[in-house]
Design a protein around this ligand. Structure first.
Ligand code: SF4
Length: 475
C-alpha cells in the first residue's frame, strides 16, 4: 500500500511541485513507481490553464476510479491547479476521489496519505474525501527537496509562487494565489547543494519570476532582488549554467539586461512572452507594456548578447482582435525573429475576466492566424538551421538520449543536440560540431581537445535567421 505514481500535467512549475512531493513521500517511506498500473496510490498533479487541460485530467480520473471496483484500497488524489480551482466541486463528477489538495498544500500530501493508509489498513470504511485548498502563509518555502536521478545534470528550483498581474485571460492568480517569494539565502543554499550533488544547470521557476523578492528585499545600487539572486547563484562553484522561466517583459529593466553582459553563467536564451503585438489588445489583456517597449527590450538584449535566443508565448484570436491587430502581431513576430514560440488560439477560460468579453473571434479566423505564425516560424527554422551546420557549439551533455541513440545535451540557446559521447562526458561542457539538423534537433560530434574547430557562438546578430523552432499550436 506504499507504491505511489504521480502523473503531472502542465508546466515546469507543476513538474517541480511533483518532484518535491515525490521527495517528501520517499522520505516518509513511500516508493515511487514509474508504472501507473503497479501503484497503490495515484496522484494527478493537474493544470488549469485551459478548460481543455482540466477536461483531460477529469477524464483520466474518471477512468482511474474504475480501479476501485476491483481494488477498494486503491487511492486516487487530485493535486495542484485544478484541485485549487474546483475544490470540493470535483466531487460532483468524481464522488469516490480520496484526496483533493490545492497548490499551497502540496507539503501535506504525505500526512494525508498516511491517514488514508492507516484507515484502509484498519478496515475503516472511508467514504469521505480529504479536501484541502486553503491558503497557507509560507507555503512557498515548503517544497525544497529534490529527487535526483543518478548523474542528474539539470534541475528546477522554485523561487517564487503566485502572481498579482491579473492578465485578463489567465487563471493563474486564482489557482496559485498572491505573489510570494522564498528567502534568498534558502534558494542559494538549495542551489549550492544541487551543485555539490553534480547538477550543472539550474532553471529558476516562478509564475512571474522576474518579480522575485520585490516586496521582501530592497534594491541595492539599482539592482533588483531578482538580479541580486542571479549574481549570488552565478558565483556558486560547480554550477555552469543558469536559466529562468517564466518572466514578464515588465521585469526586463536595465539591471537585468546588463546582467546578461556580465553574468557568465546566465544562458543566452530568454523566454519573453509577447501575447499580442497590438497595443489595443495588450490593454484588453491587461498587459502593462507596449509593442514599442517590447521591441526595445529585444533590441537591448541583442545588443548586450548578440547571440541571444528568444522564445515567446502568443495568443491569437483574443476577443476583439481585428485584422489590423493581428497584422501588428505578425509584424512584431517577424521583427523579433523568434527561435521558439508557443502559439495558442484563444479559448474562453471560465473564471477569468476575458471570459465575459464580447466580440469572440470565429474559430476559422483564429486558425488562419495560427497557421500564418506557424509558417513564419517554419521559415525561420530553415534559415537558422542552415547557419548552424558546420559550426561548433558549447553543449552541456545531459545523458543518454531516451531512444538509446547516443547522448543528448543542450546548447546555451537551449537547442537539443544529439551526439556520440561517453558516460565520462555527462555533466561536462563540450565543444560539438553540428553535422546535421532537423526542425527541432541538432546532431553533432564532439570536437577533440586541440581540434581545429573553434568554440563558436555562431549565432547571427539581430535580424539574422534563427534555428530550431518548437511551435506548439493547440487545437
Ligand atoms: S503574468 Fe503570467 S501568470 Fe501572471 S496573470 Fe499574467 S499570464 Fe498569468
Amino acid at each position: 500500500m506504499n507504491r505511489v505514481h504521480i502523473k503531472t500535467y502542465g508546466c515546469q512549475m507543476n513538474e517541480r511541485d511533483s518532484e518535491a512531493v515525490a521527495a517528501l513521500l520517499r522520505a516518509r517511506g513511500y516508493r515511487l513507481v514509474a508504472d501507473e498500473s503497479a501503484c497503490d496510490v495515484l496522484l494527478l498533479n493537474t493544470c488549469s490553464v485551459r478548460d481543455l487541460a482540466e477536461q483531460k485530467a477529469l477524464g483520466k480520473a474518471a477512468n482511474l476510479l474504475r480501479r476501485k471496483q476491483h481494488n477498494p484500497r486503491f487511492v486516487l488524489g487530485i493535486l495542484g491547479c485544478m484541485a485549487q480551482n474546483r475544490g470540493a466541486a470535483l466531487l460532483d463528477a468524481l464522488p469516490d476521489i480520496d484526496l483533493i489538495v490545492g497548490t499551497q498544500k502540496f507539503h501535506q500530501v504525505p500526512d494525508y496519505l498516511d491517514n488514508l493508509r492507516a484507515a484502509r489498513e484498519a478496515g475503516v470504511p472511508l467514504g469521505s474525501t480529504i479536501v484541502d485548498i486553503a491558503e497557507e502563509a509560507g507555503s512557498q518555502n515548503t517544497l525544497s527537496a529534490h529527487v535526483l536521478e543518478e548523474r542528474q545534470v539539470t534541475a528546477f528550483v522554485s523561487i517564487q509562487q503566485g502572481c498579482n498581474m491579473d492578465c485578463s485571460f489567465c487563471i493563474v492568480p486564482k489557482t496559485r494565489g498572491d505573489e510570494r517569494s522564498r528567502p534568498m539565502d534558502e534558494i542559494v543554499r538549495e542551489c549550492e547543494e544541487l551543485a555539490g550533488r553534480g547538477v550543472r544547470e539550474i532553471t529558476l521557476l516562478g509564475q512571474i519570476v522576474t518579480s522575485y523578492g520585490r516586496r521582501d528585499y530592497p534594491h541595492a545600487g539599482g539592482i533588483t532582488p531578482f538580479v541580486q539572486l542571479l549574481e549570488r547563484l552565478d558565483a556558486i562553484p560547480g554550477l555552469r549554467r543558469l536559466r529562468f522561466t517564466s518572466p514578464h517583459p515588465r521585469g526586463f529593466k536595465d539591471d537585468l539586461i546588463q546582467a546578461y553582459g556580465r553574468l557568465e553563467k546566465l544562458c543566452a536564451y530568454v523566454h519573453l512572452p509577447l501575447q499580442s503585438g497590438s497595443d489595443r489588445i495588450l490593454r484588453l489583456m491587461n498587459r502593462p507594456y507596449t509593442r514599442e517597449r517590447y521591441r526595445q527590450i529585444v533590441a537591448d538584449l541583442r545588443r548586450v548578447r548578440p547571440e541571444m535566443y528568444f522564445s515567446t508565448d502568443i495568443i491569437v484570436g483574443f476577443p476583439g482582435e481585428t485584422d489590423e491587430d493581428f497584422a501588428q502581431t505578425r509584424d512584431l513576430f517577424e521583427a523579433c525573429n523568434y527561435d521558439m514560440a508557443y502559439i495558442f488560439k484563444y479559448s474562453v477560460r471560465s473564471g477569468t475576466p476575458a471570459a465575459g468579453l464580447a466580440e469572440q473571434v470565429p474559430e476559422p479566423v483564429k486558425e488562419e492566424r495560427n497557421q500564418i505564425l506557424l509558417g513564419l516560424l517554419a521559415a525561420n527554422s530553415d534559415r537558422r538551421n542552415a547557419t548552424l551546420l558546420g559550426t561548433t557549439q558549447e553543449v552541456l551533455v545531459e545523458g543518454p538520449d531516451k531512444k538509446g541513440l547516443g547522448f543528448m545535451g543542450r546548447t546555451r540557446g537551449n537547442r537539443i543536440v544529439h551526439l556520440a559521447a561517453t558516460e565520462r562526458l555527462v555533466g561536462e561542457l563540450v565543444p560539438v560540431k553540428i553535422t546535421r539538423v532537423s526542425t527541432a534537433v541538432l546532431y553533432g560530434e564532439t570536437v577533440p581537445a586541440g581540434g581545429e574547430a573553434p568554440l563558436a557562438t555562431a549565432v547571427p546578430a539581430s535580424g539574422g535567421p534563427k534555428t530550431e523552432i518548437e511551435a506548439k499550436a493547440e487545437a
